[in-house]
Design a protein around this ligand. Structure first.
Ligand code: FAD
Ligand code: NAD
Length: 396
């Protein structure tokens, strides 16, 4: 008897959780499961700001996918998805492989949203994956060494971060922590270094609790970060950034943290999208495709007030679990369960030993919030790899 083929694209938060659920629930003769990912490792996206700033090594946040897979049940392909053909149940990889499926899970994550801002793609760096954060770290170090050779190059020591959402805030917290060590290593006066976080909205972390925002900003300003709020970046050049009011800030480094959109493959595959994210039904399926599930940052889901949920690892993980359960139900002739997100809270790190957050109705500040972030991190490691992974990759 032919068993159904399940193809999962992307081994990030959503794709991995789907895979973990399926390999736990299904026996090897119930489905043929294939997982495709660009690299042979999973990376902890929620910690990318650390290796980007150089406060942690990138190996710390890499997990070998083979360590998480039961190879008797899941076939792993390291490959890059080039095209999805939903009407033919086919996926094409860049190396020419053609993969057919009965059920498809698309969990390919996001891309930076540039809003068409001139020069961003060419001149700004962004925190996307292991390769991009290695480049950011190296670039920062290069700017310090360049300054030593060109002492008039003030812009070498100016670091502009565009967007003070959660990614921007977490990154400037880490970068501020790294600066003293860089100054010592490169023999540079710390007073010459500028970290400028530019935000278009009237406040950093727009929409977040104002008391927590105040705490975060006070702390980061004490660490040496300057915030320019109500200030939109209009253009990025090889010299720095141009603001909406026409002012120019010269900077040797521009990191763009101005938001994300769904992976461009969602749009090019013909799904209905908003900011690159596919509209999905209660079971996370795009309209007209009952054998396809789109999850994580690629999917668009709405809260009770009709506003889109922000794309988060928290939601991607829960969607992966729901998708795993529904695929199991579909194969066994069971009933599908609608996806309902359970938002437990949000915690943002502010560098070493510091964070802010809301968990349930409780506001958390400083070290307490930092410890809570560790608990959340360890819980995720436990869900995908059990205690051995917590012991191997957890930070205590
Ligand atoms: P991802 O986890 O991005 O996984 C996508 C996978 O698809 C990757 O493995 C990628 O390599 C692979 N892929 C992409 N394109 C292809 C292709 N063409 N072919 C093959 N494979 C491909 N959210 C929270 O809830 N809490 C946090 O604390 C938090 N912190 C964050 C900190 C930072 C610095 C950043 C950048 C994000 C943070 N987020 C956080 C958001 C969270 O990381 C994302 O929402 C989450 O990673 C989305 O999961 P996903 O499975 O949709 O995509
Ligand atoms: P975001 O959309 O949350 O924030 C982007 C920020 O950039 C916004 O504040 C926006 O006003 C600003 N911006 C946009 N255009 C601008 C311009 N031209 N000039 C200046 N500022 C501009 O994006 P993000 O911070 O990259 O986060 C992406 C997703 O990941 C979000 O859903 C976020 O919640 C999630 N995330 C969560 C955490 C956490 O929970 N700790 C950490 C990082 C990211």
């Amino acid at each position: 008897m032919m068993v159904p083929k399940i193809l999962i694209l992307g081994a990030g938060y959503g794709g991995l959780m789907t895979m973990v659920h399926l390999q736990r629930e299904l026996s090897y003769n119930e489905a043929e499961i294939t997982l495709v990912n660009k690299h042979d490792y999973h990376y902890i996206t929620t910690h990318l700001h650390e290796p980007a700033a150089g406060t942690a090594h990138h190996e710390r946040i890499k997990i070998d996918i083979k360590e998480l897979i039961d190879e008797k049940k899941v076939n792993f392909i390291e490959g890059i998805v080039k095209e999805i053909k939903p009407d033919q149940n086919l996926v094409l990889l860049e190396d020419g492989q053609e993969l057919s499926y009965d059920y498809l899970v698309i969990a390919l994550g996001s891309e930076p949203e540039t809003f068409g801002i001139k020069g961003l793609r060419e001149h700004a760096l962004s925190i996307r994956n292991i390769d991009s954060v290695r480049m950011i770290k190296e670039h920062i170090e290069y700017m310090f060494s360049k300054y030593n050779n060109e002492p008039d190059c003030e812009e070498c020591l100016t670091f502009v971060v565009g967007g003070a959402g959660f990614t921007g805030i977490e990154f400037v917290g880490e970068l501020a922590d790294r600066i003293p060590a860089l100054c010592e290593e490169f023999d540079v006066d710390p007073g010459k270094v500028k970290i400028i976080n530019i935000e278009a909205s009237p406040s950093a972390l727009p929409g977040f609790d104002q008391e927590l925002v105040r705490y975060a900003i006070d702390l980061l300003e004490k660490k040496g970060v300057t915030f320019l709020v109500n200030t939109a970046i209009k253009e990025c050049t090889d010299q720095g950034v141009i603001l909406a009011n026409g002012d120019e800030i010269k900077a040797g480094t521009v990191i763009w943290t101005g938001g994300v959109r769904g992976n461009s493959l969602i749009e090019t595959s013909g799904f209905e999208t908003k900011r690159g994210r596919a509209k999905v039904d209660d079971f996370l399926r795009p309209p007209g495709h009952e054998n396809i599930f789109i999850i994580g940052d690629c999917s668009l889901i709405f809260n009770e007030e009709g506003r889109p949920y922000p794309p988060t690892a928290q939601i991607a993980t829960q969607q992966g679990e729901n998708c795993g359960k529904n695929l199991t139900a579909q194969i066994r002739g069971g009933k599908l369960i609608p996806f309902i997100p359970h938002i437990r809270g949000t915690v943002a790190s502010l560098g070493r030993g510091e964070a802010v957050g809301v968990v349930g109705k409780r506001k958390l500040f400083g070290f307490t919030a930092y410890v809570m972030k560790k608990v959340i991190d360890h819980r995720y490691l436990y869900m995908i790899g059990g205690i051995p992974l917590v012991l191997k990759k957890g930070k205590f």
